[in-house]
Design a protein around this ligand. Structure first.
Ligand code: PSU
Ligand code: MN
Length: 315
């Protein structure tokens, strides 16, 4: 018996129909709703991100855990509840079994969302910022489970790189060591969330969505049961200059060490400190980059669905 029969997956009608008919679907995380932005911006942003997936030609499936089930596609009422109810825990891969057994609600990170997406038969996933290797990881060993999960889940992940609060050079090194492809879509550099560049060149660049679909399929055909990463930068008009946030980040990292913030809480702590230092500018850029990634993911998932349909016709 496969896991499919033991983990309860609850689909919205729209997502179930799309998967049945081979229409493109893009999975989205819910931790960004509960831990990324304040209410009611978070609820509005979650809906905008879903609209952006639709604008790209695909069906959005926001993932969460509730009542012992994995929800694949959240209703408007679910989004409103997750956005407004305080205390919903952040659920990464390691937390999933316990939260499922406990029966309470849980907001999925990138790592746990790709686990759910794969179980649900969804190939595409979009997040503006993946977790990565933290600054100072040589002392703290803080490496996001997102990166480890990419070595285990067969998904195509679209993101705007990772935030400057992380060590992006080490994050790229880790992905290289673990044989996770990183392809920059229509851009030379590995982006840094709301900054268009991290100062690191992306290992590969592809400009055509159909070539990206073929490359992802080739990755899996080569026997890799792991993720294929595609990065896309925030639009120029929404971007923040990296020099502008660099000081704020350095100060936040120092303050976190002073306050003894470690582990699961550090990402949120650093992000809020940077938002406060940039007086909401980074929060606005955050919303823009979530939407631009989701739109690109919708387009890429659409090209991939066409690729699969053509391949099926030929065989
Ligand atoms: N990075 C961001 N924004 C985020 C996160 C990461 O730029 O909101 C969230 C995502 O849900 C991601 C998680 O999967 O934090 C990673 O947390 P950790 O570093 O604790 O693994
Ligand atoms: Mn961590």
């Amino acid at each position: 018996m496969s896991n499919r029969h033991t983990i309860p997956l609850v689909f919205t009608d729209e997502v179930r129909d799309a998967l049945r008919t081979g229409r493109p679907v893009v999975a989205l995380e819910s931790n960004v709703i509960t831990h990324g932005l304040p209410y009611p911006d978070n609820a509005a942003t979650a809906r905008k991100v879903e609209d952006a997936v639709r604008a790209g030609g695909a069906v959005p499936a926001t993932i969460c855990i509730d009542a012992g089930e994995i929800r694949v596609g959240m209703t408007d009422a679910d989004i409103e509840r997750f956005a407004s109810l305080p205390g919903i825990p952040k659920v990464s891969s390691r937390d999933m079994p316990v939260v499922l057994a406990g029966g309470g609600p849980g907001a999925t990170t990138v790592a746990s969302s790709v686990v759910a997406a794969e179980l649900a038969g969804i190939t595409w996933f979009s997040s503006a910022g993946i977790g990565g290797v933290h600054r100072g990881a040589q002392d703290t060993w803080d490496v996001s489970s997102d990166l480890i999960q990419f070595t285990r889940s067969r998904t195509a992940v679209v993101c705007a790189g990772a935030k400057m609060i992380l060590d992006l050079g080490l994050t790229l090194e880790y992905l290289e060591t673990q044989c996770v492809p990183v392809v920059s879509y229509r851009w030379d550099d590995f982006p840094a969330f709301y900054c268009r560049t991290s100062g690191h060149r992306a290992p590969h660049r592809l400009d055509d969505e159909h070539a990206i679909a073929r490359a992802a399929e080739a990755h899996w055909a080569l026997g890799n049961h792991s993720s294929f990463l595609i990065t896309t930068p925030v639009r120029e008009e929404d971007a923040i200059d990296s020099a502008e946030v660099d000081t704020a980040i350095r100060e936040a990292v120092t303050a976190a060490a002073r306050d003894g913030v470690t582990g699961q809480g550090i990402t949120k702590y650093l992000m809020h400190a940077v938002d406060a230092a940039t007086r909401g500018r980074s929060a606005r850029a955050n919303m823009a980059v979530l939407a631009s990634c989701a739109e690109a993911a919708g387009r890429l998932a659409t090209a991939h669905a066409q690729h699969l349909a053509e391949r099926a016709q030929k065989s």
